[in-house]
Design a protein around this ligand. Structure first.
Ligand SMILES: *[C@@H]1O[C@H](CO)[C@@H](O)[C@H](O)[C@H]1NC(C)=O
Ligand SMILES: *[C@@H]1O[C@H](CO)[C@@H](O)[C@H](O)[C@H]1NC(C)=O
Ligand SMILES: *[C@@H]1O[C@H](CO)[C@@H](O)[C@H](O)[C@H]1NC(C)=O
Ligand SMILES: *[C@@H]1O[C@H](CO)[C@@H](O)[C@H](O)[C@H]1NC(C)=O
Length: 865
């Protein structure tokens, strides 16, 4: 079988989009795009609203993670790769591995393919967990692709094999991983290399028996737990995620003292502490869903997660609920009932998605098999067409999509395979697109693993329950940015008020112990992403790195370059099948072929791929909660409203809860951002993100007296009688709300269509609100910082009939921002555009009026003087 794909098909079925920066210039992009097209791929431009066409692409080429869609892309498991990936693939004549090309600086192990030698199983789990959290991969056996073997001595057969075969992979003590983990940086392996590692030699006085490896043998008593950490290297930036938190590491983790020490350091230096007392802790970290401590912690409403979760928090320095990603929660010791004897294989999922499914299959208690054989019970596939699917039909193997296993795991109960959604395969969609979005059903976990409750509910458990109820009704808050009121920057002629939704945000935040997310993007679809943790099993071939596919893993399967290099395999399969029939083996010929195809395929990959798997481990915040559960007694929701600036509830959460309930009983749901609504309700004209965004959509604005009247009369008066009138503020802003709404409807959200609006990254109150407002009106919003390499694409002078097009920079007047002005203006002029450095009021006024206009008074130089 040919080892190389036909060159013209190298990028067949792949669709790319680019994120330019100073390294990846427009010229370079043009060049790369030409190559891509030449080799069968497609290139998509940004959408008209300036965002990346995530739903269309299979790869994002970017040399930075500093772009708004990054989180969402990784959540969708769309690989984000450096531009060098293209040249490397071209050079090799095939798509090379994705993971080593991640632009994410936190993925310090992105090119590490680890195999563990003689280290105790619990340590192994922890080391693999940490490695994967930082972009690395793991394989059971040593292969050509293995870059590191983690061992305490050279005695393990893997080490011997590696020496014998001169694989050139590095044999390191676990301490290397520990120290990298501690530092958040990758340090040189030199001092940690076996045999005779320097770190064991230089401090012979330390508790460890030096230096002969024989003394480390057995590794239980002589586990080098007591080694000093490397003295000098600068450590990772201080973590903030642990600030003020008490963390308890369960005994079932049994991690080495040394690693524990490092975790302890990271926690305490970030202002947290370790505790041995469940009642006292905020977060409880354990391996299994059992034991009195697990139960107690759960009853008390603590956050309960496993090591992968903890590593995730450390790597990303951001809080996330352990319930949001299936692989962040402790595993059921004996799996989920009914899965024990299942043998499950996977098709049409690549990269991260495949690794995730493998781990999920293992966690649920079933057996994952790389190849498909007649004794497989299930095939999980993203699409209804692949050679495995055909064989599955031949052999009567159950075929489902990943939702089946995700939901079974989340609900802790095997879901019926006849449920429509598990066997639905939209023809032109790869379901990989929606993987990793399932999260736990907490009530099921409770019913099964920690039934009952604490004797006395604690404040934390009540808060948590409330928060859950609330988020059940409403999708997760769209982030605090949306609730922030944008006030006048210098002139105090408009009263700044706090949006009541800030209350929601705070409430949720507090209840989940989430630090208020700082970065949120308007309109961002939020997904959860699986955290992969467990090592990846290799199948029968010792020489293959398992789940590695040669193509990038992608949202859409038209993507799977893998399929393109399967063309010949499929032909072979057809041939085999025919031959099988002819030879009298009946349809079973297909089985051999399918096995063969998988093996062949993997071998080929191992030749091409320098290292392990694909995309990085980035994850996004999940904002969606499960579909709401209708309470039987409640009427259908007739009206959905968004409230902004509603004063009645400020500082009175009890009242708010009661009122929301009352409204709900009247068929009115107060929805949070991100959900469609019928009306925007406000006491007056306010310049909140919500108000402006909804106004931009042409939402009808009602006066909050409508809500008051509903509450007071327990009736629902006709909303159209309550259209907001606010003469005073209309005058202040020089507009008529009625006109604004009408224009908004005409503008259809395109008021600022394609107008570039930059915003200084250090602008007061952050860029998010402005971004949300600008993007709601179709602007191209970009953050501008000193180091940002953003350039304006020059327009040709002759195109500018009416003089140069304006380009805006929103700025306040701090010295830091002032420094940027000149740079911005120069850049704009070079691009034949007219720079306008303005106060954000310009944007707010324009949006409020739904009319693009400009006045010199908005220029920062005038506005702040
Ligand atoms: C965390 O749990 C998941 C399953 O929920 C498992 O795959 C993973 O290996 C665990 N991580 C660690 C480090 O034990
Ligand atoms: C920033 O937000 C605070 C409170 O939300 C507000 O009082 C202040 O006026 C805002 N500042 C600017 C420059 O918008
Ligand atoms: C690893 O190698 C051993 C011996 O070489 C083999 O028996 C085993 O099946 C391999 N394991 C995997 C998961 O490939
Ligand atoms: C109102 O704004 C919120 C976000 O601020 C958005 O989720 C919602 O869809 C908007 N509603 C309408 C009718 O545009």
């Amino acid at each position: 079988m040919a080892d190389k794909e036909e060159p013209s098909r190298l990028f067949g079925l792949c669709a790319f989009t680019f994120v330019p920066n100073n390294e990846l210039t427009e010229n370079l992009i043009t060049e790369l795009a030409n190559s891509i097209v030449k080799y069968g791929g497609q290139v998509f431009q940004r959408k008209r609203d300036g965002s990346l066409p995530l739903s269309q692409v299979t790869h994002i080429i970017s040399n930075t993670i500093d772009f708004p869609e990054y989180t969402e892309a990784t959540a969708m498991m769309i690989p984000v790769v450096r531009s060098k990936w293209i040249s490397a693939s071209l050079a090799k004549g095939k798509q090379v591995q994705i993971r080593p090309f991640t632009p994410d600086p936190r993925m310090i192990f992105s090119d590490v393919m680890l195999s563990c030698g003689d280290i105790p199983p619990t340590d192994k789990e922890a080391i693999i967990g940490a490695t994967m959290a930082m972009g690395g991969m793991d394989s059971e056996n040593v292969t050509k692709l293995t870059t590191h073997i983690c061992a305490l001595t050279m005695d393990h057969p893997k080490c011997q094999l590696s020496l014998l075969k001169k694989t050139g992979c590095k044999i390191v003590l676990p301490h290397w991983f520990d120290d990298c983990f501690k530092l958040g940086k990758r340090i040189d392996e030199g001092p940690y290399l076996l045999p005779n590692p320097e770190i064991l030699r230089v401090r012979p006085e330390d508790n460890i028996e030096p230096p002969s490896s024989a003394h480390l043998e057995g590794a239980t008593s002589a586990r080098p737990d007591y080694l000093p950490a490397p003295p000098d290297t600068e450590s990772r930036p201080t973590l903030t995620v642990f600030n003020g938190k008490k963390i308890m590491l369960s005994a079932d983790l049994a991690i080495r003292d040394r690693l524990k020490g490092i975790i302890l350091d990271l926690i305490t230096s970030g202002g947290g502490e370790l505790t041995g007392n469940v009642d006292e802790c905020d977060w409880f970290v354990c391996q299994y869903r059992d034991g009195s401590e697990y139960i107690r912690a759960s009853h008390l409403g603590k956050s309960v997660g496993n090591l992968s979760w903890l590593f995730y928090l450390i790597t990303h320095n951001a809080w996330t609920s352990p319930l949001r990603r299936l692989l962040h929660y402790p595993i059921p010791r004996d799996g989920i009932p009914g899965f024990k004897d299942l043998r499950i294989t996977v098709s049409n999922y690549g990269g991260e998605a495949r690794i995730y499914l493998e781990n999920l299959i293992t966690a649920i208690g079933a057996t994952y098999t790389k190849t498909m054989k007649a004794d497989n019970t299930h095939l999980i596939t993203a699409r209804d067409n692949s050679e495995k699917c055909e064989a599955a039909r031949d052999w009567n193997i159950n075929m489902v999509n990943h939702l089946w296993i995700e939901e079974s795991y989340a609900k802790c109960e095997m879901q019926s395979m006849t449920t429509g959604k598990y066997v639905h395969f939209p023809p032109r969609t790869n379901l990989g697109e929606v993987i990793g979005q399932t999260f736990f059903d907490e009530s099921r976990l409770q019913a099964l693993y920690y039934p009952g409750g604490p004797e006395k509910p604690t404040a934390a458990s009540i808060r948590k329950r409330k928060a859950l109820e609330m988020t059940d009704e409403n999708s997760f808050a769209g982030g605090p940015a949306e609730g922030v009121v944008i006030g006048r920057q210098a002139h105090k002629d408009f009263d700044v008020m706090k949006d009541t939704d800030v209350e929601y945000a705070e409430k949720t935040t507090e209840a989940f112990g989430v630090p208020a997310p700082q970065k949120r993007r308007a309109n961002q679809a939020q997904f959860t992403t699986p955290a992969r943790a467990r090592h990846v099993r290799t199948g029968k071939e010792n020489e293959t790195p398992s789940t590695v596919s040669s193509s990038g893993r992608s949202a859409k399967d038209k993507a799977l370059g893998r399929l393109s290099d399967l063309a010949s395999d499929i032909a072979l399969y057809e041939k085999e099948k025919k031959r099988g029939l002819k030879d009298g083996h009946g349809p079973w010929g297909g089985k051999r072929a399918a096995d063969f195809i998988d093996r062949e395929h993997l071998n080929r990959r191992s030749v091409s791929s320098p290292t392990a798997a694909e995309e990085n481990d980035q994850e996004s915040k999940l904002e969606k909660r499960p579909a709401k559960k209708a309470r039987q007694s409640l009427p259908d929701i007739e009206t959905r409203v968004i409230l902004t600036g509603f004063k009645r509830w400020v500082n009175d959460k009890n009242k708010e809860d009661a009122d929301r309930k009352k409204l709900r009983e009247l068929g009115i749901a107060v929805v949070l951002d991100g959900q469609p609504c019928d009306y925007l309700v406000a006491p007056q004209l306010v310049r909140t993100v919500k108000f402006l965004r909804n106004l931009s959509k042409g939402a009808l604005v009602l006066s909050s007296t409508w809500i008051e009247d509903c509450l007071d009369t327990k009736q629902v008066p006709n909303p159209e009688d309550y259209i907001l009138k606010d003469k005073e503020n209309e005058k202040k802003f020089g507009l008529k709300l009625e006109n604004s709404v009408r224009k908004a409807r005409e503008n259809k959200g395109k008021l600022l269509w394609n107008i570039p609006i930059y915003c200084t990254s250090s602008i007061k109150n952050g860029t998010d609100s402005y971004q949300a407002i600008a993007e709601a009106n179709g602007a191209l919003f970009m953050v501008y910082a000193a180091r940002s390499g953003i350039t304006i694409k020059p327009t040709k002078p002759e195109e500018d009939e009416g003089g140069p097009e304006p380009v805006y920079l929103l700025s306040t007047a701090t010295p830091e921002e002032k420094k940027l002005w000149k740079k911005f203006e120069d850049m704009a002029r070079r691009g034949n555009m007219e720079p306008r450095v303005v106060a954000s009021d310009w944007l707010l006024d324009v949006v409020m009026k739904q009319e693009v206009s400009f006045d010199k008074k908005y220029l920062v130089t005038n506005f702040f003087s």
